[in-house]
Write a protein that binds this ligand. Structure first.
Ligand code: UDP
Ligand code: MG
Length: 312
């Protein structure tokens, strides 16, 4: 017998949980026919929900002893929830999926096949359309992926979801990356392993609302840049070089001009422009360095990624 763990992060999803479970019941029946030797285990992670999420999970646990859960002491975010689920999972293979059915359960059989029979370590999914999403959001998402791939050595796949099945070996590798600033898509990609990509059309959330606001996503993308690239720091150095070179040329120019034409006291506007420009540049650069310093500070505290209030 082998065991497949299903990790499901939930934040205020009382309505979605029963729907998710019944969709999964159908899929598990299909698995039962095709792979009778496969057992399932669910690890629901309640990410500090304030609604009836825990009740919904407990109801499931009463019906089905394969259901386990970790309940957080507060909201730690999806990345922390995934980490908790992975670290509590016992399966030979683990799949992470959203509870809102935006990760189509039907795909799971194909994903499992890739790992169990086709020799892959992992099967990942990406959505090829972004239908139902605000245009401006899709636009920024595409720009973000383009930028990330330029400035980071880690590959970022546009439209990639966290919906992914992994072998135990890969899960252990993911867990070994114990950083606090977790951008899971980047971590999956960083650990490597042979991955098969499956594509699907975007599905809209079944009930409830996305937890992401536009600014939330913007902040998230900064986290990704800070976590997976030091290009902004190199940018600061390059900028420093350019500005210094410019300053040298300017000094030579001014000295020669003064020697040739004397020193008429004009040039106040240009002086102010230069002062303002360089003050801005310096603040920007200090800010970039500060952003990395801040992350370093938080990481050196070595705080736990999540705190569980209860688990079963
Ligand atoms: N989620 C979570 N903690 C959070 C926010 C979200 O565990 O702080 C879960 C949520 O319950 C869902 C998944 O992460 O199962 C994806 O969330 P959402 O649907 O809001 O994101 P989107 O699909 O819009 O990217
Ligand atoms: Mg969703």
């Amino acid at each position: 017998m082998s065991l497949l763990s299903v990790v499901v992060p939930c934040y205020n999803e009382e309505e979605a949980i029963p729907l998710y479970y019944s969709a999964m019941t159908e899929v598990m029946e299909r698995f039962g026919r095709e792979y009778p030797d496969l057992d399932f285990e669910f690890v629901f992670v309640d990410d500090g929900s304030s609604d009836g999420t825990m009740k919904a999970i407990r109801d499931l646990r009463q019906k089905d002893e394969r259901v386990h859960f970790v309940s957080f002491s507060r909201n730690f975010g999806k990345e922390a929830a995934l980490f908790a689920g992975l670290s509590r999972s016992k399966g030979d293979m683990v799949v992470c999926m959203d509870v809102d059915l935006q990760d189509p359960p039907d795909l799971l059989v194909d994903m499992y096949r890739a790992v169990a029979e086709e020799g892959y370590d992992s099967a990942a999914t990406r959505r090829v359309t972004r239908a139902g999403e605000p245009r401006i959001r899709s636009f920024f998402a595409r720009m973000f992926y383009r930028l990330m791939n330029r400035i980071s050595d880690t590959e970022f796949v546009d439209g990639a979801r966290d919906y992914r099945i992994m072998t135990r070996r890969m899960v252990d590798a993911v867990l070994e990356l114990g950083e606090n600033n977790r951008f899971t898509k980047g971590i999956y990609s960083w650990v490597g392993f042979k991955t098969k990509w499956l594509e699907f059309e975007n599905v809209e959330r079944i009930v409830g609302e996305s937890k992401w606001s536009f600014f939330g996503l913007l902040r998230y993308s900064f986290e990704a840049i800070l976590g997976f690239s030091t290009a902004p720091l190199s940018f600061v150095i390059s900028l420093g070089f350019v500005v210094t070179a410019f300053a040298f040329i300017l000094i030579v120019f001014i000295v020669i001009r003064t020697l040739l034409f004397g020193d008429p006291t004009s040039g106040w506007p240009s002086m102010i422009c230069i002062v303002v420009f360089f003050s801005g540049t310096q603040l920007l650069c200090t800010g970039i360095v500060g952003a990395y310093l801040g992350k370093t500070y938080l990481e050196t505290k070595n705080r736990p990624i999540f705190i569980a209030r209860e688990e079963e």
